[in-house]
Design a protein around this ligand. Structure first.
Ligand SMILES: [Zn+2]
Length: 241
């Protein structure tokens, strides 16, 4: 029994980033299928915590209810070498990531980021599980999707129901990136300059790398709205320009 407990204890990491406390549980080996090939990733779950002492196995089990979602990250490659990792910070999109919805570019962006990370040889996907619909939540997202059917763009729809354009924050992502990459430089896969600025504002050395996916008939208007709002979408990849 003790060897199991010791092994679990060794995967509980407790750290502080900019005066806040975080719990990181891992790594666990997670083979992922990428274009029908099995690729070995290391998986960690993480969360901000109130306490400044290291959580126990019992306290972790208590905080982990099925009603609450936690963010997690996938690591690939050797983090001991000096090459900056390729990093994607991806906010949950139940319709795009899970169902394969064509209304947004989330599903293809998620798949493409894992492919780019494995091709490059070193990287991290940080999956933010509490930022659905740029943080308006799934219920509000359902309302805005109806407004988008009525020809409002994604930002106009958010504003009509009193939500912001983008309420996401990147403090948790910055904390876990800083801890696992030891504060060293990283390459961020994104078209969103605000995301780069946010990560840089937490003191992490970061460079932006384009992450445009091919447009579909359904998400073209969505991608153009993103581009118009300041996202640096590579417009050569959009159709019907
Ligand atoms: Zn989406």
């Amino acid at each position: 029994m003790n060897k199991f407990v010791d092994e679990l204890q060794s995967m509980i990491h407790h750290f502080t980033f900019q005066d806040k406390h975080y719990l990181l549980v891992g790594p666990v080996n997670l083979p992922i299928s990428i274009q029908h090939e099995e690729v070995p990733f290391k998986w960690y779950a993480f969360a901000p915590v109130e306490r400044d002492t290291k959580p126990t196995i019992e306290s972790i089990v208590q905080m982990s209810t099925a009603q609450q979602t936690f963010s997690s990250c996938l690591l690939f490659g050797d983090f001991e070498n000096e090459r900056p990792p390729l990093v994607r910070i991806h906010s949950v999109c139940q319709t795009g990531d899970v169902f394969g919805s064509l209304k947004c570019d989330c599903g293809p962006q998620l798949a493409l980021s894992l492919k780019k990370i494995t091709d490059y040889g070193k990287g991290m996907l940080v999956y933010m599980a509490n930022q659905e619909g740029r943080s308006i939540g799934l219920m509000a997202k359902a309302l805005t999707y109806k407004l988008q059917e009525m020809q409002l763009d994604t930002f106009e729809a958010n504003r009509l129901i009193g939500c912001g354009d983008d309420d996401r924050h990147y403090e948790e992502a910055a904390a876990v990136l800083h801890y696992l990459n030891k504060g060293k430089p990283l390459h961020l896969l994104t078209n969103n300059p605000d995301k780069v600025d946010s990560i840089a504002a937490y003191g992490l050395p970061v460079l932006r790398f384009d992450h445009t996916v091919e447009a579909s008939l359904y998400n073209e208007a969505y991608l153009k709205a993103k581009a118009a709002s300041g996202h640096m979408v590579d417009e050569k990849k959009l159709i019907n320009q």
